[in-house]
Ligand binder design. Structure first.
Ligand code: 3PG
Length: 406
């Protein structure tokens, strides 16, 4: 954003797209990592005298006002974290309507005005170029004469949405500092990772990770698999998995990954033991079983796997310790429940202790390390982007970046 600052922003209205998609519970922000990551750009702009409009999305509302997706709690947290006064629009008003224009007209230099959830307008996410374009035009007009656009929403740059993509061609457009930092780190992972380069993937669904697995097998020295997606691999290898999560339609695909890994000399590392539980509940009875005995425990084929076991956790930690570059995305188990958090904790712990460069990618994994109480500064980098960082690593084009022409 320094280019924009060099041009001078005092008195100008700058539209900043941030990613403030944070977890909420009972109307309170439970992890404000993304809000804090958005502050530097906002502070640079406001202290240089800009009048800032902040736009962001929260969750996936259905293109209309819905109180459970209101950005109100986020605006509240933002106002606690910044010195600048944060004003917000009445949630029922159109996003770029008269009320918004009037509110922008009243901004003083250095003020922040936060729009309601940008996805309350169905045109934000429309597949129709003309609809998104019309919305982007309205948003651009909010900035009046001499306005500018800053995209700092790294977590959303993989979305071809009006405020992420189309708006960049309607106003002088600049890359935010968070986007720049995130891109630098990911480039380091894709272009010349210091070896051994280990990728640790978890999370519940293998279907979310197919492209990234395929793309990383040729690049990484080792691919460590944990989380719910383990069971699709385990079933494909012929193991009984009880009632564990499985994606039947992906069995052939994951078999293909095992072959692909062999071809490229990438070691695929699976858990050797699993915490099998009687049910999906925080207080469920559970036991550790070897991966080839998952249906032979107390609950037979009714048990389900909710975490990697201690032997696997130790092996994964040893892989991480022996690596020079590590990318981690996705929890190893149901870390939200204390009884099934050990695997995720062990991986996070190993990442804080390694001498290598560790990158935590993904909203969930980032939230996990913070809610589990790890010190953020012990990691090489904690990305604010989940889908966005995976798509970058998959080698896909990111519309929000392309639009900036950077
Ligand atoms: C995220 O949480 O990964 C980003 O905010 C993007 O959200 P989306 O997947 O709903 O587009």
């Amino acid at each position: 954003v320094d280019d924009l600052l060099a041009e001078g922003v005092s008195g100008r209205t700058v539209f900043v797209r941030s990613d403030l998609n944070v977890p909420l519970k009972d109307g309170e922000v439970t992890d404000d990592g993304r809000i804090r990551a958005s502050l530097p750009v906002l502070e640079k702009l406001t202290s240089a005298g800009a009048r800032v409009i902040v736009a962001a999305h929260l969750g996936r509302p259905k293109g209309q006002f819905d109180p459970q997706f209101s950005l109100e709690p986020v605006a509240h947290r933002l106002s606690q974290l910044t010195d600048a006064p944060v004003k917000g629009i009445d949630s029922q008003e159109p996003l770029a309507g008269e009320a918004a224009k009037a509110a922008v007209a009243e901004l003083a230099d250095g003020d922040i005005f936060m729009l309601e959830n940008i996805r309350f307008d169905p045109r934000e996410t429309s597949k129709e170029d003309a609809e998104r374009s019309a919305f982007a035009q309205e948003l651009a007009e909010l900035t009046g004469e001499n306005g500018a656009y800053v995209n700092d929403a790294f977590g959303a740059v993989h979305r071809k949405h009006a405020s992420v993509y189309d708006l960049a061609s309607r106003l002088p457009a600049y890359q935010g500092d968070l986007v720049a930092t995130e891109l630098e780190v990911l480039q380091r992972l894709t272009e010349a990772p210091s070896r051994p380069y280990t990728v640790v993937l978890g999370g519940s669904k293998v279907s979310d990770k197919l492209a990234v697995i395929e793309n990383l097998i040729p690049k990484a020295d080792a691919l460590v698999i944990g989380g719910g997606m383990v069971f699709t691999f385990a079933k494909a290898m012929g193991y009984g998995i009880g009632k564990s999560l499985v994606e039947e339609d992906k069995l052939e695909t994951v078999k293909g990954f095992v072959e692909l890994a062999q071809q490229h000399g990438c070691r695929l590392i699976f858990p050797t033991d699993i915490v099998m539980a009687a049910s999906f509940a925080a207080d469920a009875e559970h036991e550790v079983l070897p991966v080839d005995e998952l249906e032979n425990g107390k609950h037979g084929d009714q048990a389900l796997g909710l975490d990697i076991g201690p032997e696997s956790a130790e092996a994964f930690a040893a892989e991480i310790a022996a690596s020079n570059t590590i990318f981690w995305n996705g929890p190893m188990g149901v870390f939200e429940m204390e009884a099934f958090a050990s695997g995720t904790k062990a991986v996070a712990q190993a990442l804080t202790e390694t001498g290598g460069f560790s990158v935590v990618g993904g909203g969930d994994s980032a939230a996990a390390v913070r809610t589990l109480g790890f010190d953020e500064s012990r990691f090489g980098h904690i990305s604010t982007g989940g889908g966005a960082s995976l798509e970058y690593l998959e080698g896909k084009e990111l519309p929000g970046i392309t639009a900036l022409g950077a």
